[in-house]
Design a protein around this ligand. Structure first.
Ligand SMILES: NC(=O)c1ccc[n+]([C@@H]2O[C@H](COP(=O)([O-])OP(=O)(O)OC[C@H]3O[C@@H](n4cnc5c(N)ncnc54)[C@H](OP(=O)(O)O)[C@@H]3O)[C@@H](O)[C@H]2O)c1
Length: 265
């Protein structure tokens, strides 16, 4: 039975993946910062804060004692972040990057020895289609998600000799509770951007209300795991979401920016 560790298994996409993989016969352990708050799940949830080195090492110790190795690491834990690039507070920027990039990479580094014991190790990082482009008021988040793709490309080549596949899974909008814990610039700090920022938030909320369910991401991921080799990158989302990066690459840069601004107007 393949052994899977997923960070951020308490809600949204992570919860849906843990449930589905458990149902499909994988041995799954999810993580959360406060696992005691989540009972009656079909899989075990252990404590892990990806921003704490001690917490990561405790989780590695626990998995090592329980399983002695690991087949699949899914780096899903993450937080949202919105605000103008120029007025975002450094404490928010640091927290978002510590969670979405540095924490994720530290989890990867610490679990690598266990993955190397597997004869078919796999790492799946949850990026975002939004990481393929700078969007207004989401620059810091998009940049963090975009950097995961580049790190994933390097890691995939470096881990090839160990037979470990690395895949960045790129969802479009997914209907989850991510907005509830999102870091955000205070309204009074938005200054001249206030009106356009509030308008964009409305558009985003409408899009989130109609976004795909987290279960759709879980189904795609489970299908990917059935392949002999993982793709380097895989997008999951609506036709428009998957088309947008292609339009970005094929059209003049200023025209693409005009399209994006028009979309949020
Ligand atoms: N929703 C979307 O539209 C969308 C689109 C593209 C990509 N994504 C990405 O998908 C992933 C999951 O997002 P979601 O939409 O499912 O959001 P969510 O429902 O808010 O889930 C986020 C998960 O991350 C965990 N988490 C947050 N900070 C953590 C930390 N410091 N240490 C450990 N765990 C932490 C949370 O667990 P606890 O709070 O219980 O610790 C929770 O389980 C994120 O990486 C997100 O960026 C989401």
């Amino acid at each position: 039975m393949k052994k899977v560790l997923l960070t951020g298994g308490s809600s949204g996409i992570g919860l849906a993946i843990c449930k589905l993989l458990t149902q499909k016969g994988y041995d799954v352990i999810g993580t959360a910062r406060n696992p005691e708050r989540h009972s009656e799940l079909s899989f075990p949830l252990i404590k892990l804060d990806v921003t704490s080195e001690d917490s990561i090492q405790e989780a590695v110790q626990l998995i090592s004692e329980r399983w002695g190795g690991l087949d699949i690491l899914i780096n899903n834990a993450g937080i949202g972040f919105m605000g103008p690039v120029a007025y975002s507070k450094s404490e928010h920027i640091k927290k978002a990057w510590e969670t979405n990039v540095f924490g994720l990479m530290q989890v990867t580094q610490e679990f690598l020895p266990l993955l190397q014991k597997s004869d078919s190790g796999k790492i799946i990082n949850i990026g975002s289609i939004g990481g393929k482009m700078g969007l207004p008021y989401r620059g810091w988040y998009s940049a963090a998600k975009g950097s995961l793709e580049i790190l994933g490309e390097s890691l995939a080549m470096e881990l090839k000799p160990f037979g470990i596949d690395v895949c960045t899974l790129l969802p479009g909008d997914v209907r989850t509770e991510i907005a509830a814990s999102r870091l955000e610039t205070k309204q009074e700090d938005l200054k001249e951007y206030e009106a356009s920022y509030m308008r964009m938030k409305e558009v985003l909320q409408d899009e989130m209300d109609q976004a795909m369910p987290a279960e759709k991401v879980a189904v795609k991921l489970e299908k990917l795991l059935r392949r002999k080799r993982l793709p380097l990158k895989y997008s999951v989302g609506s036709f428009l979401h998957k088309l947008t990066p292609i339009i970005k690459n094929l059209t003049p840069q200023r025209f693409f920016q005009w399209l994006i601004l028009r979309h949020y107007k």
